[in-house]
Design a protein around this ligand. Structure first.
Ligand code: ADP
Ligand code: MG
Length: 326
């Protein structure tokens, strides 16, 4: 059993202008110690996925399917268990550290809070706090600071310390470095990478920026319009994309996808997907440079696209029984 398992996960927001199908059948498994990147343009459902893992979606949002975390069913567990799971089994690092931290409390007290409420008894909270600050590269004096007295990078280190405070099995980081400048971004990513590797934590790293994911993740998941359209080992997915959307994303980052950029030098035309008005058949078809007759008829499932790889494109549909070669 995987650390995290999603099966046919569907999330529909209820709005005054109608239902918004933000996730449309997501299947995903994350093993302990694995670093899984989730890529895709704004609006494709990445944050919805992160929030759904710990049932943090707005009240009234319709969620169906299955989420299993460390063998427990997240969607049906009671609230008491869910509160414990939110810190001790899995925790989330969000983009805007300034918005997630309380501006009128010293950061040391904020890091201590999950330890005092949910941490396993026994250890001394003061020494746990000192250890956490050291782990994330902050001076002990930072505990006395208020959030506005720290830089953006330091605040994101505080968020990471909070996420690690109760020794979770899984950390979900949603655009953790997008608000930071490039140098600080690289430092924070190296920090996250080292901590999850040292502690064998599963990581789900969400970013619209492929270069962020390429430098950190073992596996890459590409989302489009609320579904996974490609998945596989990060280097293979970026080096030889099987879905035209992945190819277009990689082409926008030529340092990563040299081959892809030669195939599609123009990058991706058109607008990000609007899940409220999806076309018939494949939802990528209106922007797809390789669409063919038939793409309007099939919304492709994730077909096997080589060892450990899957892609949802008519061009990888198995045409006939495998011959065993290759
Ligand atoms: P991403 O993180 O990839 O940018 P989101 O998960 O935030 O994407 O959004 C997916 C879709 O759901 C978008 O169409 C977005 O407008 C919509 N959405 C997100 N949050 C809400 C909400 N609270 N209420 C209604 N629609 C939402
Ligand atoms: Mg988002």
């Amino acid at each position: 059993m995987s650390l995290l398992e999603l099966a046919d996960l569907r999330v529909t927001y209820r709005t005054t202008s109608g239902p918004v199908p933000a996730l449309r059948g997501v299947e995903l498994a994350v093993e302990g110690g694995q670093k899984v990147g989730i890529a895709g343009e704004s609006g494709c459902g990445k944050s919805t996925l992160a929030l759904s893992l710990l049932r943090l979606l707005p009240p009234g949002t319709e969620v169906t399917g299955h989420i299993s975390l460390d063998g427990e069913d997240v969607l049906t567990m009671g609230w008491g268990r869910l509160r414990a799971v939110r810190w001790a089994a899995a925790s989330i690092v969000f983009q805007g550290a300034m918005h997630s931290l309380n501006p009128v409390r010293r950061v040391g007290a904020q890091i201590l809070e999950p330890i005092l409420v949910h941490g396993e008894g026994g250890g001394d909270p003061g020494s746990r706090l000192a250890g956490l600050l050291e782990e994330v590269g902050l001076a002990a004096a930072a505990a006395e600071a208020y959030p506005h007295q720290l830089s953006g990078g330091q605040r994101q280190r505080v968020m990471i310390a909070m996420a690690l405070a109760c020794s979770p099995r899984l950390v979900v980081a949603d655009e953790p470095t997008s608000a930071l400048d490039v140098m600080v971004q690289a430092q924070i990513l190296r920090l996250v990478d080292r901590l999850v590797t040292d502690q064998g934590i599963g990581l789900v790293l969400i970013s619209h920026d492929l270069s962020v994911l390429a430098s950190t993740c073992d596996r890459l998941v590409v989302m489009y319009a609320g579904r996974i359209v490609e998945e596989g080992p990060a280097g293979e997915v970026l080096g030889a994309p099987r879905h035209p959307y992945t190819a277009a994303l990689a082409a926008a980052h030529p340092r990563i996808g040299d081959g892809a950029s030669r195939r599609n030098p123009g990058g991706l035309p058109g607008d990000p997907p609007d899940v409220e008005r999806l076309p018939e058949g494949c939802s990528f078809r209106p922007r797809c440079p390789v669409s063919v007759a038939g793409c309007e008829l099939v919304d492709p499932p994730l077909w096997s696209a080589g060892a450990g790889r899957r892609a949802a494109c008519i061009h990888v549909r198995p045409a006939e029984p495998e011959t065993g070669a290759g």
